[in-house]
Write a new protein. Sequence first.
Length: 449
Amino acid sequence: MTPRQLKVMICTLLLVLVTPANAQDQDPNAILDAAKAAIEELDGFSAQFKMRGEGGSMFADTMPSMNGQLFFGTHETYGRVFHLIGEIREQKSAPAKPLEILLASDRYIWADNDKRTINEYPALGSTRGLPTAFNLTLLSSLTQDDPFDKDMNNAQTIDLLAQETINSVLCDVVHIKRAKPSSNRRQSSNDSYTDARWYIGVKDKLPRKVEHITDAGLIKITLVFELSNLKIATLTQTQLDIPRPDGYQFISKLPKPQPETPEEPTPAPGSQTNSAQPTGEPISTDPMTPRVRLAPSFSFNPEGSEDDSAITNATQTGRITVLYFWGSWCVPCKATSPMVSELASSFRINGSRSTVDVFGLAVREADPARTRSNFESEGFTHALVLDADQIATDFGVRVFPSIVVINGEGEIVFQERISKETTPEALVDGAKKAIIAVMAEETTDSSTD
């Protein structure tokens, strides 16, 4: 063995010894949870940022870029915000233009120096009329309560890749493969990527880089947003706001607040009052009585049913119906589905059918046959329904998993989705409590007849 080979072997051995043995045994979900907690605890930070597009030689000249200074913190009016100051190029050969934008959870604000205006748009509205820079600020999700919610709720798979060093900071790399949207689902231009990669600092758990990858086979485009020189600090309100120079017009596209309905004056003693009540839906005067919502029309055929008759609102009259909206691509559903199966079993009496029907409505499935096979191999006891995208839309379900409980009169008594406050266990437990409450009410009604 030559001295050089010996040196290489020793360096390799040292690298193995100093690398944490469990670096790749971590749970990627736990890494993102730790990052979310670290962001919540932050008062603020400043950093240099760079954004670039990568698309191979075919698209190299058309890729945008931007760079500058970024400030992140809590604005006294807008909440958590990003304030970016720098320059942007719409494509490689285009001249640089000044950039100053503010991103909050509910609005975007930017300065247009050519028109001498300060513009304010709703964050959840159309991107038409907004500068390109808004679609390229890939870290904007950090202003939301759950920064990774959009990627996680659309996840087909989530993996932990080999650690990488980003601007001298060792990072865990979480790769999220996003599910393909259904054909009837509208998708915004900045939500059309197929993969997301988050680079999270190993020590401080703060993001240093995010990549949105659009992989269309022969064509692959990647947008990269990267931070450097990150400094944790409590920032001033000036650093977290767009200045409004004299002579600039402020233009807001936010919905105008509705005026409050004035209180009716108390009638004077002996005066006549108009006792006529407005027509329309009666409203309970009992503040504890919830407003009833009827389930929308639905019709579906469970897999493996003995006959071809569809399950509809009419067939479920007098029965308690549980609709569990899920997907095989959905990461949180992997923990929820077994509990839904246990829920279905718990309401069977000696193995026979009870008055509770539990249906698992699968959405956005790229391979329904594979979904059916995997469902059967898991031995789930609730019924499987494929191609349920339209039903999810009709029920207003956008986050998965979600559970809806409908009583025997067709009224929705429970509708909840997973969130940072609602774990899979809490979601299923809430549905179970709603079912028990309906059964108790039905028992009380029958005993009083």
